[in-house]
Write a new protein. Sequence first.
Length: 491
Amino acid sequence: MTALNGVKSAAARTADVLVVGAGPTGLALACDLARRGVRALVAERSGPPSPALPGSRGKGLQPRTMEVLDDLGVLDAFLAVGGGIPVGMIWRDGERRGEHHLADVPAVTPTAPHTGRVVPQWLTQRLLLDRLRELGGDVAFDTAVTELTQDADGVTAALSTGGTVRAAYAVAADGGRSALRQALGIAMTGETVDPRQALVADVRVPALDRGNWHMFPPAEEGGPFAALCPLPGTDVFQLAAQLPEGAQADTTLEGVRAVVAARTHLAPEDVAEVRWVSAFRPRAALADRFREGRVFLAGDAAHVHSPAGGQGLNTSVQDAYNLGWKLGAVLRHGAPEALLDTYEEERLPNAAQMLGLSTRIHRGEARRGAATRQLGIGYRESSLAVDARAGLPADALRAGDRAPDGPYGAGTLFDAFRGPHFTLLAVGVDGEPPRPADDVIHVHRLPAYEPYGKGFFLIRPDGYVGWAGEDTTGLREYAGRVSAPGSRPLT
């Protein structure tokens, strides 16, 4: 065999999972699969991530995404390069008119230890790619999937570089124009959020200070706006600008300079360089379904957001995080194949919820508040959420909710959760908790802790409470649904 960008190349290859697309969705999924011992082949039609591709695009990482990055073992790398959300500065007639906070930024707490960060998307992808390689995986760049067929046992894909790959499952993470989704015949239902074109570009503007997110409101109500956000870890700003209705974007250096000069007090020549540029009309769209046989849709292939509110990339990472542990359970631990049905059951309604939020923020009908942090997303209505307790108060933690962090021993509960395993928490109960018969479930005991209350809580690998009970009655049966049927994960 010869090597192709670090990935074995031959007339025919095999993998457990074929991941199509190496954006944040595909890379997060590949990292999760790799740490579970699941062999994934990631095929990306473009080259490696760089400032020119994909540019800054989705730059805002929400607190819930930071928790995912913590679990994947890459949090420190993101903290080293990312920055907090800059305070906005309103400009008018070339003068600073005051600060504006784009989002409510709460203080960190023991239960929610992370704030949002700003990281340009190309750097997010590079850090995830580095982590994937640390875990023994890699990406076949400049490699497109040209054809895909499936049968009862798996999928077979033809590659643009020659040869085929055979896998048990495939995941379409190839973006909003997903060729794989279209080939599967899965429609998207949506709307144009704004008829005006938007221009986004990464620009170098030495004349502008990097201490604020600079905002340039329109001269008249409803007119086009512009903003320049300093991107941490770089020497550029992300320009976001609306165009007048009916105008077509000019993505040349001269065109970008003209937009900046028309919307701000800056002169055209103050834009020293354009490193990446894109023009689009904001829209919101949701795939009619997230699965077709052995092929799953994730990320922008399943849902397309307005960039307002910073929900698209973050929702996409949550897709990967939800699907990764389920594929691992089926492929490595013999869990029932029906477990994979819960991916669409859980993620489609959540994606719809986040799409609605993004659209409302774009139209000025909602503020970037608690909902945008994605800490409140849950799966209480899921068939995987089983709560055997009775008489709970309205504000009680329930099965399907995100499991809060908190102090535990010399570290935190998130330290105990970190990794591909389930975690059984025995909180404020007498007697010895069940003992694990293998490494699928880790057991921890702690005194009464108010955010949890009292009882037993089985925390899923993606950080949600799957099962809760006053005692362990029914726990073994539930474990059989999400791990190997007939196995004895608890004794």
